[in-house]
Design a protein around this ligand. Structure first.
Ligand code: SAM
Length: 293
């Protein structure tokens, strides 16, 4: 077999194993050494780290990560790829392949069954059909990982990195920037994939914050506020938030005033700090006991 990342390798694998690329599983394989190197470098993998890879495909990132990490666990849903990975990754004794759907994988259990590593680094060229659910699963489950270095559609990466008052800024931006510090590793043209997707990609590193950037009275109320605000993003906050926790327009007006936020502003203009202030005022408002005369 040629170098694993060489375009001719996928052809050889298809012929040898009768392997059929699955569009519905988002199988766009990386065939560019330079990009593979950049992803691995951007992942900040140390000698004593555990790497969890999402969707190894034929193993191009898996192999490169195995040279850097103490152990690599790669989770792949497609059974067809198992004998292929056994061949392409033979000779590495620090790789474990798990045949499972990543969305049904218990990251907490995986990490607690593999203790003692200096850092846990999640990496992956994500299957595009479930990019956001994968990221949100890791973050919402408070998985004990240090970073996620992932390739995703440029349009989604732009939304994750967005600043307030831009068209890309939304609920996803605020949620991810609450949990993580976001950095761009590299942009990736569609020409480096086999088969070629319709869109360009970006590799980003999400360093999971040990200390949250804002103080919250209630994390769930913070996310409810974001969801309600962006659920009707063309509306003023006064209108989009009315009904949240059954509050009336008058009550929402009081909460917005207490948070020092102009009620005619829209959700897309609020910083994460302002969303935090707002949800904390909501919390105070709904926690105040009602006194009957
Ligand atoms: N890492 C390889 C590369 O860069 O060439 C493959 C990347 S490809 C974009 C996505 C991989 O994720 C495929 O191997 C696909 O079979 C796998 N995959 C798709 N859905 C999955 C799921 N729900 N759980 C685990 N793996 C999945």
């Amino acid at each position: 077999m040629d170098q694993l990342y060489a375009p001719s390798t996928i052809k050889q694998i298809r012929e040898k194993y009768g392997f059929k690329l699955s569009k519905s599983l988002g199988q766009n394989f990386l065939a560019d050494k330079n990009i593979i190197d950049k992803i691995i470098e951007g992942s900040l993998i140390g000698d004593n780290d555990l790497v969890i890879e999402i969707g190894p495909g034929i193993g191009v990132l898996t192999k490169a990560a195995a040279f850097k990490a103490k152990k690599v666990i790669a989770i792949e849903i497609d059974k067809q790829l198992l004998p292929i990975l056994a061949e392409t990754l033979s000779g590495h004794d620090n790789i474990e392949i798990i045949n499972k759907d990543i969305l049904k994988t218990d990251f907490g259990e995986l990490i607690s069954n593999n203790p003692g590593y200096q850092a846990v680094r999640i990496i992956g060229n994500l299957p595009y059909y479930i990019t956001t659910p994968i990221i949100m699963k890791v973050l919402e489950e408070h998985v004990a990982a240090d970073s996620m270095t992932i390739m995703l559609q440029r349009e989604v990466a732009d939304r994750i990195k967005a600043k307030p008052s831009t068209k890309d800024y939304g609920a996803l931006t605020v949620a991810i920037q609450y949990y993580c510090t976001v950095e761009t590793v590299t942009s990736v043209p569609k020409e480096v994939f086999i088969p070629r997707p319709n869109v360009d990609s970006t590799v980003i590193r999400l360093s999971i914050n040990k200390e949250k950037p804002v103080e919250l009275q209630s994390e769930s109320l913070f996310f409810q506020t974001i969801k309600a605000g962006f659920g009707q993003r063309r509306k003023t906050l006064l209108n989009s938030l009315t009904g949240l926790n059954s509050l009336t327009k008058e009550e929402v007006l009081q909460v917005l005033k207490a948070a020092d936020i102009d009620p005619i502003r829209r959700a897309e203009t609020l910083s994460i700090q302002e969303f935090a202030n707002l949800s904390n005022q909501f919390f105070n408002f709904i926690s105040v006991p009602i006194i009957f005369n």
